[in-house]
Design a protein around this ligand. Structure first.
Ligand code: V47
Length: 373
């Protein structure tokens, strides 16, 4: 949609003042975000987000060649939305040794993997040395790999077992091989939702404090929001706003990933999953509101391939990577494949009308794929 058509459609949808702000590059406020969430006309919200996305990234769509390692599903946080967690003795419970995790890396040495995304449950019996050994083992197996590991929730646990301050822990984890942090574990910052569905896990203030310290330690991170369960639109906006405020302070977030709730096999399996309409709305509102976060990711594993492709025209500029062996969403009923080849990712982005760009974790360009084999 060109600008004048977007403005016309925005006027009809009662969003003309917001569209004027977007075109004039004026920051949206929380009330604007709420109106965008509540708007019936998804296309106009998406078209506005697409204008911003093209201003920032042109026709490029980013992906990477990565692999996921979920080193344990043992977890004592008992979050109601999670289908991945196990207690010892439950069917399927596992905990990899550092060498078993390294073996997962060695199995893919023949592939051009640049990043390992390593997250897991919270298991207090794991000593501090386990996390350091895990990083060292993975790095030793493939020294060139970028290790994006441990959510703020895991860092909280690691600092607790280490009995050390966050700056000390970050320095030692970096020394052992940590390169950046993923964005998980933020869920929804509203205390009401925290108390209701993940009361044993850290809340907003601690998550944001750890992200701040990570950024101060020179580590970049991502950020997320888990939507489509019991949260209100106001609580989504509050969440985005708290992320935007921290980003104003540190500039350390690279990418925002809206995480679409998958209810299957969780204690919240009675809830319906978010619709594609809601998925696209979340991508679009995030792109418009988070004006200081460079990238918005449509995580294909979670959204499914068709919605992820559409999301690229609704504000997203990244779809994550080849992944390999994803467990958190597949335990919660994801029907997407567990992995995709580099060639298939390139085709998926190309078929959606974008120029596929392979990036490393820090968004340095590795290859621009102008044509598809
Ligand atoms: O922290 C858990 C969420 C997160 C469910 O940083 C669920 O590049 C939906 O954070 N339905 C882990 N969501 C995934 C994550 C992530 C994914 C891809 C890329 C990046 C990145 C980060 O998944 C958890 C939790 O918030 N989650 N269970 C569920 N049933």
């Amino acid at each position: 949609m060109n600008e004048s058509l977007v403005l016309e459609r925005a006027r009809t949808a009662g969003l003309r003042d917001i569209a004027d702000k977007v075109l004039a590059r004026v920051r949206l406020d929380q009330d604007d975000a709420l109106r965008l969430y509540a708007a019936d006309d998804l296309n106009v919200v998406g078209a506005l987000a697409d204008l911003v996305r093209r201003r920032m990234h042109g026709n490029r769509a980013y992906f990477n060649v990565n692999q996921h390692i979920n080193y344990t599903n043992l977890c004592n946080k008992l979050c109601s939305f999670c289908a991945f967690q196990r207690l010892p003795g439950q069917p399927g419970a596992y905990c990899m040794t550092p060498d078993e995790a390294a073996q997962k890396i060695r199995e893919r040495l023949h592939e051009p993997v640049t990043e390992v995304h390593m997250v897991a449950g919270i298991w207090p019996k794991l000593p501090y040395s386990y996390y350091l050994d895990l990083l060292r083992a993975v790095k030793a197996a493939r020294p060139s790999i970028h290790v994006k590991a441990f959510t703020m929730v895991e860092i909280d646990e690691i600092a607790r077992v280490a009995k050390k301050s966050l700056p000390e822990v970050f320095a030692e984890l970096k020394e052992a091989g940590l390169d950046s942090l993923p964005g998980g574990g933020a869920e929804i910052f509203a205390e009401r939702v925290h108390q209701e569905i993940f009361p044993l896990k850290i809340g907003a203030d601690r998550w944001l404090e750890i992200a701040r310290e990570a950024h101060r330690a020179g580590l970049r991170s991502n950020c997320t929001m888990l939507y489509g369960h019991i949260e209100t639109l106001e609580e989504r906006v509050d969440h985005l706003n708290r992320l935007r405020e921290l980003q104003d302070e540190t500039g350390g977030f690279q990418t925002f990933i809206p995480l679409s709730f998958h209810p299957d096999n969780s204690d919240m399996a009675h809830l319906p999953a978010p619709t594609a309409h809601d998925d696209l709305k979340n991508i679009a509102v995030a792109r418009l509101f988070l004006d200081n976060v460079p990238h918005v990711k449509a995580y294909w594993i979670m959204l499914g391939i068709p919605v992820a492709q559409m999301a690229l025209s609704f504000g997203a500029d990244d779809i994550d990577g080849t992944v390999t062996e994803e467990r958190i969403y597949h335990d919660a009923g994801a029907t997407t494949p567990m992995a995709m080849s580099r060639k298939d990712l390139v085709r998926l982005l190309h078929d959606a009308g974008f120029e596929p760009v392979e990036r490393d974790t820090l968004y340095n360009v590795i290859a621009v794929e102008e044509s598809v084999a």
